[in-house]
Design a protein around this ligand. Structure first.
Ligand code: F6P
Length: 526
């Protein structure tokens, strides 16, 4: 850290996004070797194939084209020989028009009132990305102004408690429900959608559905069968992975209803700027490539399986939950793309909290327990600056003091010698020693408006893809979620048979049988 040339070399900048990775356990020679690894893994070719719409998601025989969702209108991106960009813009134009009608008050509900509340029903990728962006925009002054008098809520968990929370104090007469599901078959989302439909119908009558429920899906046939007017359905495509779908109607529709399409378009432009950067920049300057390589370095070479995402920005509080899905569903794989068991562990364990909250929670472990590579994310200009007269610094500077201090605390640590010189009692020396040499990287964003939120999203999406390309896995399928789903359907059948027909619990191991019997012994109150 005292080598100024090394520190300077370990930075990259693009359009105001500044990355400092000098606190990684790496030299410039390490980075050169990682570039050689990238070459050996054919990283450039793999990125090109993705942008060309080749079917790199081989187990599902699909292109991976979330970049097309934010491409400019005149771009040409083919899937199956067809330019998908016009279709993408046709849906965006429909969203723009619909959201304008909705926000102007011309779209009225069954009782003639304009609708000001939106409940977005969806789970996983049909929830976490939109929630992240919504949370980040909420306190941006321009977005907040545009959203005045409106509410956007999410209903994800099939837990009826989540239903109760999401509709608490809402009037069905002024609420629009957006059912968001790529497949329109996800058990949780469909039960929640039926539950909310019942809430609307019991209050406003069956004819209200057409005015109070709309949908986003790739499966427009099932949308129609559910009873939603196909004119009020917004399409996307199988070449958009669920966890990469926030830039499709999945995110664009609910966010446009809340903030207006122009703000959401800025978010898409931010994401697109990074798409262009990852596709065209040399690896030395390529932020997502550098990040992806460093993650592989930490996980596969240094053996650090986790990563903490630590935004010093409350508006980014839902970044870590989104990245958990994006990263762990993408790269949590045990075999190579060719189906050969990996001779190393791929994927990483992602978790995080905004600073400074995390400091008062799990940083103890990061400083003195396990080594967890950290992503520190700071913003130069606060969305909501406050300066109290007489205080030493503004509130944002107070926050950022921590942002600048923590990476050095991790990097340098504190030695027994330092503690001795501070006259720390002998018995406390081991407890107060910090080993140091703990890796982190720091991002500094110029501000956090819709554009930078899009950039940040796209940086993480591409970083995760880069990691998968280097590990040689398929980052775009998710077979690992299937087994639990199918076992749940066996349990569902048993619960039905026991509750409705008094059948005993059968066909389960002794542990599950006891648990189920205990559960079934108590009659539900409704
Ligand atoms: O958890 C599995 C998964 O398929 C995710 O990949 C996806 O984002 C989520 O379920 C929701 O799926 P859908 O949008 O089809 O309801």
């Amino acid at each position: 850290m005292t080598d100024a040339d090394r520190c300077k070399a370990m930075t990259a900048e693009f359009e105001g996004v500044y990355l400092d990775y000098s606190r990684q356990q790496a030299t410039t020679e390490t980075i050169d070797k990682l570039f050689k690894l990238a070459e050996a893994a054919k990283l450039k070719e793999k990125i090109d194939k993705m942008f060309k719409g080749e079917k790199i998601n081989t187990t599902e025989n699909r292109s991976v084209l979330h970049v097309a969702l934010r491409a400019p209108r005149d771009a040409v991106i083919n899937s199956d020989g067809v330019n998908v960009v016009p279709e993408v813009w046709a849906v965006k134009d429909k969203i723009k028009q619909f959201s304008e009608t909705f926000r102007s008050g011309s779209w009225v509900g069954a009782t003639g009132k304009p609708l000001t509340n939106v409940v977005s029903v969806g789970i996983g990728g049909s929830f976490l990305g939109p929630l992240f962006v919504h949370t980040a925009l909420q306190t941006d002054p321009e977005a907040a102004e545009a959203a005045k008098g409106r509410q956007l809520r999410f209903l994800a968990n099939v837990d009826p408690v989540d239903v109760a929370r999401s509709i608490k104090d809402l009037d069905p007469a002024t609420t629009l429900v957006v059912v968001v599901s790529k497949t329109f078959t996800t058990a949780e989302t469909m039960l929640n959608a039926r539950t909310i439909k019942e809430w609307i119908v019991s209050s406003l009558g069956p004819q209200a559905v057409s005015k109070h429920m709309i949908a986003v899906s790739t499966n427009l046939k099932l949308v129609k069968e559910f009873g939603i007017d196909p004119n009020n359905a917004f399409a996307f495509w199988d070449w958009v992975g669920g966890r990469y779908s926030v830039c499709s109607a999945v995110g664009v529709l609910p966010l446009s209803l809340q903030y207006g399409f122009p703000i959401v378009q800025k978010f898409l432009e931010g994401a697109s700027s990074i798409d262009n950067h990852v596709h065209t920049s040399s690896f030395e300057k390529n932020i997502p490539v550098l990040l992806g390589l460093l993650s592989v370095w930490n996980v596969s070479f240094l053996g650090y399986p986790a990563r903490a995402i630590l935004p010093y920005c409350q508006a980014l509080e839902k970044l870590a939950p989104h990245i958990q899905q994006l990263s762990m569903e993408s790269n949590g794989k045990g075999v190579s793309i060719d189906g050969v068991r990996l001779p190393f562990e791929a994927g990483e364990i992602d978790f995080g909290e905004p600073g400074t909250n995390g400091q008062h929670s799990f940083y103890q472990l990061i400083h003195q327990g396990r080594v967890i590579p950290c992503d520190f994310i700071g913003v130069i200009k606060s969305q909501q600056p406050v300066y109290l007269k007489g205080e030493t610094v503004s509130n944002h500077d107070e926050l950022m003091s921590n942002f600048f201090a923590q990476p050095d605390a991790l990097a340098y640590g504190k030695t027994p010698e330092q503690l001795h010189s501070e006259k720390v009692p002998e018995n406390l020396i081991p407890h107060k020693t910090f080993q140091g040499n703990r890796p982190s990287l720091s991002f500094l964003l110029s501000s956090l408006s819709a554009y930078e939120i899009g950039q940040l999203l796209s940086i993480y999406e591409h970083r995760i893809a880069v990691q998968g390309f280097i590990w040689g896995i398929n980052s775009f399928d998710q077979w690992g979620v299937e087994l639990g789903k199918s076992l749940a359907s066996t349990v569902r059948k048993q619960l039905h048979a026991s509750r409705m027909e008094g059948k005993p619990v059968e066909g389960f191991n002794p542990s599950s049988a006891s648990l189920l019997t205990r559960f079934l012994a108590v009659k539900p109150s409704t």
